[in-house]
Design a protein around this ligand. Sequence first.
Ligand SMILES: NC(=O)c1ccc[n+]([C@@H]2O[C@H](COP(=O)([O-])OP(=O)(O)OC[C@H]3O[C@@H](n4cnc5c(N)ncnc54)[C@H](O)[C@@H]3O)[C@@H](O)[C@H]2O)c1
Length: 382
Amino acid sequence: MRQKGNAGLGKKLLYPPVSTNKRNGVEMAKVKIGVNGYGVIGKRVADAVALQDDMELVGISDVVADWRVKMAQRKGYTVYCSVSDPKQIETMKQAGVNVAGTLEGLLRNGALDVVVDCAPGGFGVKSKETLYDKYGAKAIFEGGEKHEIAGLSFVCQCNYNEALEKAEKGNKYCRVVSCNTTAGCRIFHALYSNFKVPKARMFLVRRATDPVKGDSKGIMNTVVPSRLPSHHAPDVKTVIHDAIPDLYSAAVMGSHTMYHFHLYDITLGQEVTREDVVNALKNEPRICFVNTKDGVMGLGAIIEISRDMGLPRGDIYTIPVWEDFITVIGKKEVLIAAACPNENNVVPENVDAIRALTRIETDWKKSLEKTDKALRVPKTLY
Ligand SMILES: NC(=O)c1ccc[n+]([C@@H]2O[C@H](COP(=O)([O-])OP(=O)(O)OC[C@H]3O[C@@H](n4cnc5c(N)ncnc54)[C@H](O)[C@@H]3O)[C@@H](O)[C@H]2O)c1
């Protein structure tokens, strides 16, 4: 398979990689990770890191002491305060959280190799200025931050090697793109790594808000278009660069709370059969198939299947594509329908981004396979 973004690595290592638990059979220290912001994404990333045998979750940090942070404590995670304000620390303690210290204290003491910053969009850029730059820490940001925060936007199968190359040159930052961008990148990668793809259009029906935020946010009984074209295609380009030169997206917000829904209209620069496209998607990591003939008529069935899989929180990490909807028109135009499990599909990318940034694994496939094994990312759902 042609690997555009994951091709050819430089040989000269300016910065030596962080030691892992086992390299060349020798027991080494694990990469020490802090997760800042214990919300929808942060709590999942913390659990995913805790499952890796080459990483150690030092602790999580947040600014509140609500049920989520108390559950982190109950799980045995050490809790830190994201800010160094004594009043904030005292408020958290008064609310019943055993605050072990501050994120700044951890960074000052060199207790962390990487911070995964899962605070709401916009907070990461502030912490970069006040903490990560100051203490020379490596940090991974999420899709709510702009590309410029790291100058490197990441999806494992698309550009792990770009992340490695930049890390070799001393880059300390990486941005794991949003759930929608991650899903789009995986689907586009399946096509552009197998066929010429001059043009693609991406249409999204976004969930209004996350289930946990539905108590105070969201829309009801309506559909709201985003500004057209939407920001998703430009965001995909921060990862796949010029792999698809003519790429646009359009999005509407629906009034549901779980999963985004995607439609793709992709124009190829060569003739293909439907079977060619099915095989390309079947062989792509972190994509799986569902079928209407099996009764999977929409997101409702996928949500139920996700729960039935028995994975934590119903997280499946992978992108379900309707196999029997894959359509080829006139041998060159491909239509695809997919579901995007927005609360969890970026979680494996965070684990892989840690390995790329610290260069404890220099083969993207090995990192991906290791992550997927630890998280039990399914290739088939039923
Ligand atoms: N929710 C999703 O579906 C989703 C999917 C992919 C990417 N993302 C991105 O992930 C990031 C986090 O989103 P989320 O949905 O998990 O947010 P969230 O609101 O669920 O969680 C954010 C957490 O950060 C904490 N926080 C607030 N201010 C903080 C600060 N100054 N320092 C540290 N922590 C602070 C909050 O208390 C909360 O626990 C955003 O960039 C978002 O765009 C979200």
